[in-house]
Write a protein that binds this ligand. Structure first.
Ligand code: XUL
Length: 570
């Protein structure tokens, strides 16, 4: 019987992992324009904390620090880094809290021994969709920051809206429907911007602010995303919005890399000038760090600020996903990222411009029913034991002799649906399965959903495709074998903590080295792949069974049809 090691006993979907094969890492050191001691920083303005990580030019992590909003900045009375409105729909966070956290984080990095004079460039990630509204005159304040004072003392009154809407907000349904109607329907909006209208997407949030607080909107000279807000603090002037993070606004034409005038008009007047032009490419060097930073922290005056991106795009960069690869984050809810060459925006899921190559795209899918659903069936069928759960999973054959199920215990978002629905091999609805069939139906159903929805957005599995599994459940080999079989692709694991910070640090290196190469007349010498060639290798966890395609090909078609039928009924 498979025994989970003690250290994983508490972790969701835990199990033991062998790493039978490793992909060798390229052995690269300093590149053009780098010294042996050159360092890069990646920040992450995430929901619950502000984090930073520094790497050297061998891509080794040399320093990490973080500031937890609830615990270290209790004066803002956030819960999980956010303030919930009384309506249960509105979620905000004070931008000045993020500024104060940055003051604290910089001191922590200094105390941790990071020599800022080594830093050739920095970049960052931000929680997606949230926005910061800068009051008229704020850029002048940014440009005149005094190095002997904290940032938060100087930026206290820089915002026209104190509480920034964030991604958890779902109070803008009316604005979403209005935007879809204005542009010609949800699929038309998805074709332009990569997603149908979503409540948390920034255009809809701005429309609500314009409608409910017209004076504040009028008094706003610039609107940043959390990501470009971070970059603006370091540049000491407004930073453009990154194309990948900008794809989460329902405003960007993801094919043309420009704001769509129709979408802008539908949301608020004068919006284009308040957003500024998006940055033109991935890992774009925006300019040198502001004087404040050189004087207060000893950064070199030519330290580059590379456009900050969204946390999900930065994670895709941190995992170094290639076209045809798919990353599966198996956590409380499950998330899928994939690289796409030819996207097909759909009514479910999101297509963003790729954070590492603006000619490509990434898919993002969030599945609400992840680990908690698996745990529920572990408790129900396996007495709370992952070992027993894995045993049951192995008892039922791949393909479950034709039994399939959809387990939307929580109202699912990919697709929109709820309830538990079982079908036997003949396609007839059944009330219950025996334990091993149930366990396999849960796992296979969840994984088939991921493949079906990724493919609906244009994801194509190829000969070279890899599935990269992260999160608690990626330590469970029985589950990973089902992943390999359903995707008919090898599964790799990678223990990257802070993949968003790491991805941001890689993007900092990309921006810096590419601009050094361009200055030397060699514009094409540096790509995201070349600057990350020395990164830690992935570990091969398992290969698909030889008959995987034969088993799952027809089952995937049945699963797709079942979901479509259920969505149509609901
Ligand atoms: C993605 C999303 C969240 C936030 C969390 O669309 O809303 O993943 O980016 O930080």
């Amino acid at each position: 019987m498979f025994m989970a090691p003690q250290k994983y006993a508490q972790a969701a979907d835990s199990g033991e992992m062998q790493h039978p094969e490793q992909t060798p890492a390229a052995n690269t050191g300093p590149m053009a324009g780098e010294e042996e001691d050159t360092a890069y920083i990646g920040f992450d303005f995430s929901t619950q904390q502000l984090k930073a990580l520094a790497i050297d030019c061998h891509l080794k992590v040399i320093c990490e620090a973080s500031v937890m909003f609830d615990r270290e900045l209790p004066e803002f009375r956030t819960h999980g880094g956010v303030n919930a409105g009384a309506d249960g729909l509105t979620f905000t966070a004070p931008a000045i809290m993020w500024v104060k956290a940055l003051d604290m984080l910089m001191d922590k990095l200094r105390v941790a021994g990071l020599d800022f004079a080594r830093v050739a460039a920095l970049s960052g990630a931000g929680q997606q969709h949230g926005c910061v509204l800068w009051r008229a005159g704020a850029e002048a304040t940014l440009g005149a920051l005094e190095p002997d004072q904290f940032l938060h003392q100087q930026l206290e009154s820089a915002f026209s809206v104190r509480n920034s809407p964030i991604w958890m907000d779902s109070s803008t349904t009316a604005q979403c429907r209005a935007l879809e109607q204005y542009v010609g329907g949800p699929q038309k909006l998805a074709d332009i911007t990569g997603s149908r209208a979503y409540e948390r997407f920034t255009g809809n949030q701005i429309a609500k602010i314009h409608q409910q607080s017209p004076e504040a909107y009028k008094n706003t000279e610039r609107i940043s995303l959390a990501s470009s807000f971070g970059a603006s603090l370091f540049l000491c002037k407004y930073a453009g919005i990154d194309l990948s993070d900008g794809s989460g606004m329902n405003l960007l034409d993801i094919g043309k890399h420009a704001w769509d005038q129709h979408c802008l008009d539908a949301c608020a007047p004068g919006l284009g000038s308040r957003l500024g032009a998006p940055v033109p490419d991935a890992g774009h060097l925006l300019g040198p760090i502001g004087e404040f930073w050189a004087e207060r922290y000893g950064f070199r005056p030519d330290c580059g600020v590379v456009a900050f991106t969204g946390d999900n795009p930065a994670s895709l960069a941190g995992l170094r996903l290639r076209p045809g690869d798919l990353a599966l984050s198996l956590g409380t809810s499950d998330t899928v990222f994939a690289c796409l060459e030819r996207p097909r925006p759909a009514l479910t899921g999101h297509v963003f411009v790729s954070p590492t190559d603006a000619d490509k795209y990434m898919a993002l899918l969030c599945f609400k029913n992840g680990s908690l659903t698996r745990q529920k069936y572990r408790d129900q069928c396996a007495g709370g034991s992952w070992d027993t759960f894995n045993q049951l999973l192995s008892t039922a054959p791949p393909g479950n002799l034709g039994s399939i199920g959809v387990y939307w215990l929580e109202q699912e978002i990919t697709p929109h649906g709820s309830g538990v629905h079982r079908r036997d091999a003949s396609g007839a609805a059944v009330e219950a399965f025996d334990k091993h069939t149930e366990v396999r139906a849960v796992v296979e159903g969840q994984l088939m959903a991921k493949r079906v929805h990724a493919e609906s957005l244009g994801f194509q599995l190829g000969e070279e495709s890899r599935v990269l599994a992260t999160g608690g459940a990626s330590r469970n080999p029985a589950l990973l074998q089902v992943v390999a079989d359903v995707f008919n692709a090898p599964v790799y694991t990678h223990d990257v903590a802070n993949s968003a910070c790491l991805g941001a640090a890689y993007l900092a290196r990309l921006g810096r080295c590419r601009s050094a190469a361009a200055a030397a007349g060699d514009t094409d010498a540096v790509t995201f792949d070349t600057v990350t060639a020395a990164a830690e290798p992935f570990h091969l966890a398992c290969q698909p069974r030889p008959d995987a395609q034969q088993v799952y090909g027809p089952l995937l078609e049945r699963y797709r049809a079942l979901e479509a039928e259920l969505v149509a009924e609901q």
